[in-house]
Design a protein around this ligand. Structure first.
Ligand SMILES: [Fe+2]
Ligand SMILES: [Fe+2]
Length: 153
């Protein structure tokens, strides 16, 4: 089923661009949380709004991945990648749930220093899980691409 008509570089480029954009959004939330001045209701509200935007972006990104937008071609030609890709896709609901829980905790009206610090810790945990997830995706697509080019021979 191998074919010379490769769109992997485009898919890989698209995936990497999407992941870069998500990374920048996560960086923005991280720098907001790194500001440890006594938090105000306004700063909590802004943080929450930023995380809700990130959440919506993630939901759309995950949906696109689940519909086969990124890995479909690699998998079609390299069926051995399918189990790894499927396992990665199965992480999406837990990632969204983790972010939802963080946003939910920000909605309780607690604007203490401790609530802010906790949001920072929660976000770092989420961010680490999310980064590992995206690295796995990049690796699957990259592996398929390298193998196509014979780089793994
Ligand atoms: Fe994903
Ligand atoms: Fe992704």
């Amino acid at each position: 089923m191998a074919s010379i008509n490769r769109s992997d570089p485009i898919i890989l480029g698209h995936l990497l661009a999407e992941h870069r954009e998500l990374f920048l959004r996560m960086q923005a939330a991280r720098s907001t949380l790194a500001d440890l001045r006594p938090p105000t209701a306004r700063r909590f509200a802004d943080l929450r709004a930023g995380l809700e935007e990130l959440r919506e972006h993630l939901r759309a990104h995950f949906a696109q991945e689940e519909q086969g937008g990124f890995m479909e071609e690699s998998i079609a030609r390299m069926p051995r990648l399918a189990p790894a890709a499927a396992a990665i896709m199965r992480q999406h609901p837990a990632l969204l749930a983790e972010l939802d829980a963080l946003i939910e905790r920000l909605s309780g009206g607690d604007i203490s220093d401790e609530a802010w610090a906790r949001a920072g810790r929660d976000f770092e945990h989420f961010s680490a899980t999310m980064s590992a997830h995206e690295r796995s995706e990049n690796a699957v697509v990259q592996e398929g691409y390298n193998e196509d080019l014979g780089l793994l021979d």
